[in-house]
Design a protein around this ligand. Structure first.
Ligand code: FES
Ligand code: FES
Length: 197
């Protein structure tokens, strides 16, 4: 076997077993000879240099490594690359179409839903998976869908707004009005709670 991976210069030691995998990543077929223990996250980052997929914990907690596998959100630090054989993977690098951002990306930008950005790729792909299945999620559904993604910077308020923004845009509504309605409802709830104290 000559190469561990077509994009990696280092050859695999001869005594390491390898599997040939063929994975469509962001619409492009990638074929590689890899060790069966290689994680999908490392396949993407080190093999394909798609470093938008972040690894924060390597223990399935933080969600920074979330990608879409056949359209479903998965934590790529918990999936073996061989499990992606013959399947479709979307990383954050594959969200935009040319220069046109995915509405989820636009929502994060418009609603200031990031600070350091480390959690953002995983957040956006979890949000993308949610909207693909549920185009009109409630606040609770958004919070539940993102509950496996941790952010240490922003709090989650603007992230929820960003997803509402994207949902509205995709449903042909005015995204800013949708967010304004949500904010007004929240204020109403806060006032009611205050009145009951
Ligand atoms: S790096 Fe995969 S969940 Fe944290
Ligand atoms: S924006 Fe920094 S961890 Fe989420």
């Amino acid at each position: 076997m000559t190469s561990l991976f077509e994009e990696i210069a280092e050859p695999a030691p001869d005594d390491v077993p390898v599997n040939r995998v063929s994975v469509t990543v962001n619409g492009k077929r990638r074929t590689a000879d890899i060790e069966p223990r290689l994680l999908l996250a490392h396949f993407l980052r080190q093999g394909l240099k798609l470093t938008g997929t972040h690894t924060g914990c390597d223990t399935t907690n933080c969600g920074a490594c979330t990608v879409l596998l056949d359209g479903k959100a998965v934590k790529s630090c918990t999936v073996l690359a061989v499990q992606a054989d013959g399947r479709d993977v979307t990383t954050v690098e594959g969200m935009a179409t040319g220069s046109e951002l995915d509405p989820v990306q636009e929502g994060f930008k418009d609603e200031h839903a990031l600070q350091c950005g480390f959690c953002t790729p995983g957040m956006m792909l979890s949000a993308r998976a949610l909207l693909n299945e549920n185009p009109e999620p409630t606040e609770d559904e958004i919070r539940f869908a993102l509950s496996g993604n941790l952010c240490r910077c922003t709090g989650y308020q603007n992230i929820v707004k960003a997803v509402l923004w994207a949902a509205a845009k995709e449903n042909g509504q005015d995204p800013r009005q949708a967010v304004a309605r949500y904010e007004a409802a929240q204020q109403g709830r806060a006032q009611q709670n205050g009145a009951h104290q």
